[in-house]
Each structure stands twice: as structure tokens, then as C-alpha cells.
Design a protein around this ligand. Structure first.
Ligand SMILES: Nc1ncnc2c1ncn2[C@@H]1O[C@H](COP(=O)(O)OP(=O)(O)O)[C@@H](O)[C@H]1O
Ligand SMILES: [Mg+2]
Length: 445
């Protein structure tokens, strides 16, 4: 190995021995300091080209004599640095550099005699900046100095690239943070307006529920009240026989109790409690009794006299565990619709017409099936899909509320049963209810 190569390696090793804990700007600063001392030159300068035209240099570290001095900006034109940035790896003016660049005032002012500069580059080859050493005397060993400057320019370039990467990461982080803040604010706003909307919806829903309950109570009470009114009219009949008197009084009592039950249940529903504790009931007795009671209260005397009522109950129906008042209401709502449809058809005036209502009760394994079928006006196909909707009625105002089937379906479903309705306009309507009917043993298990 040549002496100068040996020397430059030794020098590089010596300068390179920077505190390894340093990084970034303090690392470069320390390197510049060491370069000045080890190479024994007056000036060491590290600067970057000012974007976008790269026509001038902004120094970042400027060593002069025995310390760092304030940084400067200088035009590249007519300075030895132009050659450096033109892509020459390393540019060396061993002496009389001022003669080569007579227009460079800085060289004159600083009394510079010798100059070595090397660029450091982006990974794609573009210029980042340069490392320059200058002195007031000619360099004694320019070849060695050139290789040292070239080496450290590359090392400083690495540090610059790292700083730039850190900087852009920081900017990305900041813009991300800002984005997160903006999005959080948007979300908070959306959440607040959602809460507001929810509050409004809740209060609207409360109002609607109150309306619904009031309407429901009125609808449900109309039925027993009619019966009570009719029975009380019977009581006023002159010369009433004791038997009829007792029947009418019984009716008043039973239906007053039913009205009371209805109110209690409606209030429970309003408080969103389950309507009633299930109890073991004899479905056939309940159907029989309520149909009978309902028909006796019929005010349409023509319908009452012409109506044919068939009730077919399979023998040996077991007790069912159900919400009894709820199911009775279902049944009465359905019968009420049938009688309305029968009266409507009857009053169309066809003489040969016989209004008929057929009620059946069967038991299959695990469930009971109740059917109520009438040969009244039936339901037009276009209405059929909606008849169980809340407030859906085809009856004139004052005659229908559109709540009967809605309540009926809900009550059946609350009792884990199923509800279906089929019809043919002008021919028949049939409602089928299936209710679970487990054995007592199954219930206990
Ligand atoms: N047995 C039936 N025969 C004919 N139409 C019926 C029958 N049952 C229900 N409907 C139709 O279903 C609609 C909804 O019934 P419902 O919910 O009880 O309300 P409402 O009886 O107050 O009209 C009735 O308006 C009627 O059009
Ligand atoms: Mg009805």
C-alpha cells in the first residue's frame, strides 16, 4: 500500500472515531470539527443546495479557524463549488484557487489558496449538498486529502438522507395526528347529533306509544261495554223473569271484570311488563263461554236469529299453559271481525244466504289449533297482506280501528304461537291460531 493511502486510512480511522451515540446534526457537527483538526485546515464547510434550482448553497456547518461561525448563503456561479455540483466526485485546487475563480469574492475575502470539495447525493443520484475544505496555504498532500473528503462526504450524505427521512416521517405523523383529530371531532359531532336524534325519537316513540295504548284501551273496552250496556237494558225490561235477570246481572259482572282485566293488562303492557303470568287453562271451556257470551250480546237481532254457529272441539283437550285473558281477547277480536263480515254480507240482501261461524279446536302433539271460519264478505286479495298491520282497517270511521288483528297476532306470538289468516273475497275468511301445548311433565322439566 502506498504511503498516502496508508495515511489517509489512518486519518479516516481517527476522524471516524466520533462518539457513536451522536446522530444527525450533532454527529455532522462533531465530524466537521474533527476534520478541521485532523486535516489541519482553516475552513471546513457542509452545506446543502437550495431547491428547486440549486443555484446557491446554504451552509449548515461552517468551521473557520478555531470554531463554528454563522452560516451563509452563497451563489454557486463562478465558484469552485459549481464544478463539484456538476457531478465531479471530488474537486481539488491544490493552490492558487483564486486565479481559477477570479470573480469569487468570498475566496478573496477569506484569503483562500487551496480548495477540495465533494458532493453528497440522493440515492437516485440527485444532489443534496457538499463538503468542502479550504485553507490559506497550498495543500501538502492533496491526493490523501481528496480521498478523505470524498469518504466523509459520502458519510455525511447518509446522515442527511436519514435526517430527511426522519423529517418526512415526522411530517406524516403530524398530518396523521391532525387527520385523527379532525376525524375525532367529526365523529364526536356525529355522535352528539345522533344522541340528539335518538332523544327526539325516544320522545316521539313515547308519545306514539301513549297514543297507541289509549287507542287500544278504547278499542278493547268497547266490546265489554257494549255487552254491559245491552245487559243493563235487559235489566230495565218490565216483568223480567228471575232467570233472565240473573243472566243479565251475571253478564254485567263478568264483562265488568273483563274490562278491568283489559285495563290492567294494557297498563302492564304500557310498562313493558309481560302481560300476564301464564296459567293452566281449559281452552275449550274458554272458547265456548266467550263465544256464547259474545253472541248473546249481539245487538243485530237479525244476525242473531239467522246466524248458524258451529263449535267443534276434539275430545280430551289437555289444559294449556297460557296467558288466559290475552288469548281470550285474541278470540273475541277474531269473532268480532267475523260477525261484522257476516252482518255486512247478510245486509247485502241475498235471501238464500245463511251467515255461519265455525269454530274448531284440535290438539296435536305439542300444540293446540283454533280455527275461526266465517262465510262473510271475505277479504280482497289486495288487503290480505296488510290486515294484521297496526291501524289497518277497511271499515268506515267509527266502526273499525285496525287494531283487532294486530293485537291478536301479537298476543299469539307472545304466547309462542303462530297466527295466520286466509280468505277469499265474498266467500270465506279463516283465521288459524296454533298455541303451544306442552304436557305438565314437559313444563316441569
Ligand atoms: N272475518 C273477516 N272478514 C272480512 N274481513 C276481515 C275479517 N277479519 C278481518 N278483516 C279485515 O281486516 C281488517 C283489519 O281487522 P282488524 O285489525 O280487526 O281491524 P278492524 O276490525 O278495526 O277494522 C278489517 O278492517 C277487515 O278489512
Ligand atoms: Mg276488528
Amino acid at each position: 500500500m502506498e504511503v498516502s493511502t496508508m495515511q489517509s486510512l489512518e486519518l479516516i480511522k481517527d476522524i471516524y472515531n466520533v462518539d457513536q451515540l451522536l446522530s444527525g446534526k450533532s454527529y455532522i457537527q462533531e465530524l466537521v470539527h474533527r476534520l478541521a483538526k485532523a486535516l489541519n485546515v482553516k475552513y471546513v464547510m457542509v452545506g446543502h443546495a437550495i431547491e428547486p434550482e440549486q443555484k446557491s448553497i446554504q451552509t449548515d456547518f461552517l468551521w473557520a479557524g478555531d470554531g463554528f461561525v454563522p452560516n451563509v448563503v452563497y451563489e454557486l456561479a463562478d465558484t469552485p463549488c459549481t464544478h463539484v455540483i456538476c457531478g465531479t466526485r471530488v474537486n481539488c485546487y491544490n493552490s492558487q484557487v483564486q486565479l481559477a475563480f477570479p470573480k469569487d469574492r468570498m475566496l478573496q475575502d477569506m484569503n483562500i489558496e487551496s480548495y477540495i470539495g465533494a458532493p453528497f447525493l440522493h440515492t437516485d443520484g440527485g444532489l443534496i449538498g457538499l463538503l468542502v475544505i479550504m485553507d490559506e496555504h497550498p495543500f501538502k498532500n492533496p491526493a490523501m486529502l481528496s480521498s478523505v473528503v470524498e469518504f466523509f462526504a459520502a458519510r455525511i450524505g447518509t446522515e442527511y438522507r436519514r435526517l430527511a427521512a426522519e423529517d418526512s416521517l415526522l411530517r406524516i405523523k403530524e398530518s396523521l395526528e391532525q387527520l385523527v383529530q379532525e376525524r375525532t371531532a367529526e365523529l364526536q359531532q356525529a355522535f352528539a347529533s345522533l344522541q340528539q336524534t335518538q332523544k327526539q325519537l325516544i320522545s316521539q316513540e313515547k308519545l306514539a306509544t301513549i297514543g297507541r295504548i289509549t287507542f287500544g284501551i278504547a278499542h278493547e273496552l268497547k266490546n265489554p261495554l257494549n255487552i254491559i250496556i245491552n245487559a243493563s237494558e235487559i235489566l230495565q225490561t218490565e216483568d223480567l223473569d228471575p232467570d233472565s235477570f240473573k243472566k243479565a246481572a251475571d253478564m254485567i259482572q263478568q264483562h265488568s271484570l273483563r274490562a278491568n282485566d283489559i285495563i290492567t293488562n294494557m297498563l302492564k303492557q304500557a310498562r313493558q311488563e309481560s302481560s300476564q303470568q301464564p296459567e293452566w287453562i281449559n281452552l275449550s271451556a274458554m272458547l265456548d263461554r266467550s263465544l256464547d257470551m259474545y253472541l248473546r250480546s249481539l245487538t243485530d237481532t237479525e244476525l242473531r236469529s239467522r246466524l248458524r254457529k258451529n263449535i267443534a272441539i276434539s275430545p280430551g283437550i289437555k289444559a294449556c299453559l297460557l296467558d288466559a285473558p290475552g288469548i281470550e281477547r285474541v278470540f273475541i277480536n277474531i269473532v268480532d271481525n267475523s260477525l261484522y263480515a257476516l252482518a255486512a254480507k247478510m245486509h247485502q240482501g241475498e235471501n238464500s244466504y245463511t251467515p255461519e261461524i265455525n269454530v274448531t279446536l284440535n290438539q296435536e302433539s305439542g300444540f293446540c289449533r283454533i280455527t275461526v271460519r266465517d262465510n262473510g264478505i271475505g277479504i280482497a286479495l289486495k288487503h290480505l297482506p296488510n290486515v294484521c298491520d297496526e291501524f289497518y282497517t277497511t271499515k268506515p270511521a267509527g266502526e273499525g280501528t285496525g287494531l283487532g288483528l294486530w293485537i291478536a297476532k301479537q298476543n299469539v306470538e307472545k304466547n309462542r304461537g303462530s297466527f295466520s289468516i286466509t280468505s277469499e273475497e265474498d266467500v270465506f275468511t279463516e283465521v288459524i291460531i296454533e298455541l303451544p301445548n306442552p304436557t305438565e311433565l314437559e313444563v316441569q322439566a
